[in-house]
Write a protein that binds this ligand. Sequence first.
Ligand code: SF4
Length: 286
Amino acid sequence: MVDIKDLDTGERPTWCPGCGNYVLLSTLKAVISELELQPENVVVVSGIGCGSKMPHFIKTYGFEGLHGRILPVATGVKLANKNLTVIAVGGDGDGYGIGGNHFIHAARRNIDITYIVQNNSVYGLTKGQYSPTSQKGFVSPTSPFGAIDEPVNPVSLAISSGATYVARAWYMDANHLKELIKNGVKHKGFALIDVLQPCLTFNKINTIEWYTEKIYKLEETEYKPNDKLIAFEKSQEFYPKIPIGLFYKEDGKPTYEDQLPQTEGKQPAEQKIENIDMNLFFKTLK
Ligand code: SF4
């Protein structure tokens, strides 16, 4: 079992004091350690945003890609070697806005990736523009009279797109967050963990207090996360109360990579490129 301190790269984040990214960073290290994952078998992939610096601070393999392109990179890594544990991390603007298209397709393919979204309803890195999950009326430099579009509901979108593990977490409940991520990593299929975490600097609406009075845990109710229609209905709930926890889990659905003949046996990344049977790729394309 890798010790948490051995996952430290020595680099230090420059996030604002109190930013939820610190909690997520230490939680991710705890997940890798407690699941006894070997760092050389883990790839943390990110896009662009405050929290997308994550691969710099975790001593596993990592890749910081382009804005909104986390999931294509993560998909490529998984298809090159499906034995790797692939964890994708990024913000709501990156994942649900610029990368929204990739999100839908990764979910419907049920590729075995764990996708953690730091959802603070604002573009923090670029100083506070409204994001796809900002509430209607949210005032920002790009919505000076208040946002007029309805926010994306990531949980509903993931369920309806075909994701097989869909959860929402609250960053201040670190143990709950850790368990949801751990189970997402263990799950065979596409897992979304949408993490509510305020941007203390640029979002003065969705504050810690705002969330704290609204959040409740699904596990403390009669709710069971095994019915897609009921899960979708539950995912619509956000006002006045916000449910967190596991909304939906479906076991046994084939993953994208397991249906590809190219990933049987020796993985493409372990072979010389000239030895890969390209006919298999063409067969899949037919
Ligand atoms: Fe965190 Fe917001 Fe600061 Fe970015 S701007 S580091 S999201 S608090």
